[in-house]
Design a protein around this ligand. Structure first.
Ligand code: ADP
Ligand code: MG
Length: 481
């Protein structure tokens, strides 16, 4: 049964809980540092090891980052809040509780606009709260031992919780991608999923088409890539729909994504709600944010990806897909805006970036970086093409040279001759065509499509340095009589 087929009869209800590690210099409640993939247990301190008597302190940068997130999603930033202990037992949580937030999170409400099937959806958020990460266990099935690395223990996280408002697995994937893009843009996290710096739990339930009442939800944990967000939810939709079709009840359960089997598997059935025995952490005072601190965040200015998309489609008339591609990273977006500010037409700038530059970055399998080709060089190249000083095809060749050889536009023009200025089109055409008397005869007796052949021959001779329009005109002048 396909997802679309199931969707004809059942509505899907999806809510996500996303953990994003904040790129601050120290941990959430101590001053030691976390770096991914370094020697295990080398980045620890008494607090992150949960040693008795160790006292937590609050990371102000993490608070600032959470506030920046709150502003970006247009949520309510609580100026006073506290931290709470969330109790549970797990080997990677040495003190027996995680410091998190409970009844008053730092951010409440807000929304994140996403695109799905070329339509805009404003995904409502419930809250975003600060908490600390746990350590990392690894289980070795061969020699049957388990190891714990406490480096990650205490790393700062924001947990972003959405309302149960998504209706399709692919839409959920788009949302997670948008969250990564957004936290990248505002500079609070690189959020690489492959490094566990963005993790996503998906909650899913089904209800009969158009019914108002929610069904029982299950939760999938350990989803490790964007693609698997969609796949894991699909797998759970299929499992739930088969149960519902058989008139079985859905049990509240926690599942885990099995990457090898491509399947969300049941980890445990929940009989009743988890009891975390939350209470305010007595070692951490309630926090009151300074008015000036909040004003500074409120007045900080950062353009968000959805603001760029809106501006470019509405004011520059770019297509939605082009705008989405240009806004995909802040670096590309700023590069595009810089070209526009140098008086390059938006359509021209868009096409050079999305077609020519993207091709070069893709071929070389590297991420876009403005350092490869400066906007100044690209601007001059475009202007010279428009002034017919060089041809379009020379322009593309020059761009490749700038990209590959790390040299400037000026240097290339100095070393190689691309200028069309000194080329005498008429004499080149005359010389080239004199080798094709047969073809000239056929052309004159009506085989007009040979014009393309002639242009091709002239092009070969000039290595693409002459403009096609000029060549065509010279040829027709030459063949007139
Ligand atoms: P819990 O108490 O089990 O943690 P919450 O109410 O805190 O549940 O919600 C956790 C997540 O589950 C949120 O992202 C929320 O949107 C989502 N959720 C809640 N109810 C449902 C439902 N019936 N179907 C799908 N997702 C849901
Ligand atoms: Mg929850």
């Amino acid at each position: 049964m396909t997802i679309e087929k199931i969707n004809e009869k059942w509505d899907f209800v999806i809510g996500l809980e996303i953990h994003v590690q904040l790129d601050t210099n120290s941990k959430m409640f101590s001053d030691c540092n976390y770096i991914y993939d370094v020697e295990p247990n080398t980045l620890t301190c008494p607090t992150s090891l949960g040693l008795p008597g160790a006292l937590p302190t609050v990371n102000l940068k993490a608070i600032e980052f959470a506030c920046k997130f709150g502003k970006a999603v247009n949520g309510n930033i609580n100026s006073s809040f506290n931290f709470a202990r969330k109790h549970y037992f797990y080997p990677d949580l040495p003190k027996g509780y995680q410091i998190s937030q409970f009844d008053k999170p730092i951010v409440e409400g807000g929304h994140i606009p996403i695109w799905w099937n070329e339509k805009n959806y404003d995904i409502a958020l419930t809250r975003a709260h600060l908490e600390e990460d746990a350590g990392k266990s690894s289980h070795n099935s061969k020699n049957k031992n388990s190891l714990i690395d406490f480096n990650r223990s205490g790393a700062p996280l924001i947990e972003i919780v959405t309302e149960p408002v998504m209706t399709h697995p692919e839409q959920a994937k788009k949302f997670v991608q948008r969250v990564k893009q957004l936290v990248n843009y505002i500079g609070i996290s690189l959020a690489e999923m492959e490094k566990g710096k963005l993790r996503c739990d998906a909650n899913i339930s089904l209800r009969r088409k158009n019914s108002k009442k929610f069904g029982t939800k299950t939760e999938i944990k350990n989803i490790n890539s964007f693609k698997n967000v969609q796949k894991a939810i699909e797998s759970e939709i299929i499992r739930q729909s088969q149960k519902l079709e058989n008139n079985e009840i859905i049990e509240q359960a926690t599942l885990t994504w099995n990457n090898e089997k491509n399947l969300a598997e049941i980890m445990r059935i929940k009989e009743n709600a988890d009891d975390y025995r939350y209470f305010p952490d007595p070692d951490l005072p309630p926090i009151d944010l300074d008015k000036k601190f909040l004003e500074k965040i409120e007045n900080s200015f950062e353009v968000l990806p959805f603001e760029y998309e809106k501006k470019w489609t509405e004011s520059y008339n770019l297509s939605l897909n082009d705008s989405i591609a240009l806004a995909s990273s802040r670096e590309i977006a700023e590069y595009f805006e810089e070209l526009i500010s140098k008086n390059i037409h938006p359509n021209t700038a868009c096409s050079w970036i999305l077609n020519e530059l993207f091709r070069l970055f893709n071929e070389n399998e590297i991420n876009f970086s403005s350092e490869k080709v400066s906007t100044e060089d690209l601007k001059r190249l475009i202007i010279d093409i428009e002034a017919e000083i060089i041809t379009q095809s020379s322009g593309k060749e020059i761009l490749r040279k700038i990209f590959e050889r790390n040299i400037s536009y000026d240097e290339i023009l100095r070393n190689d001759d691309y200028s069309t200025k000194d080329l005498d089109a008429d004499s080149i055409v005359k010389k080239t065509l004199s080798s094709f008397p047969e073809e000239i005869k056929r052309f004159k007796s009506g085989e007009k499509k040979l014009l393309g052949f002639f242009i091709g021959q002239v092009n070969k001779k000039t290595k693409g340095k002459l403009n096609h329009k000029i060549i065509a005109k010279s040829i027709s002048d030459f063949l007139k009589d």
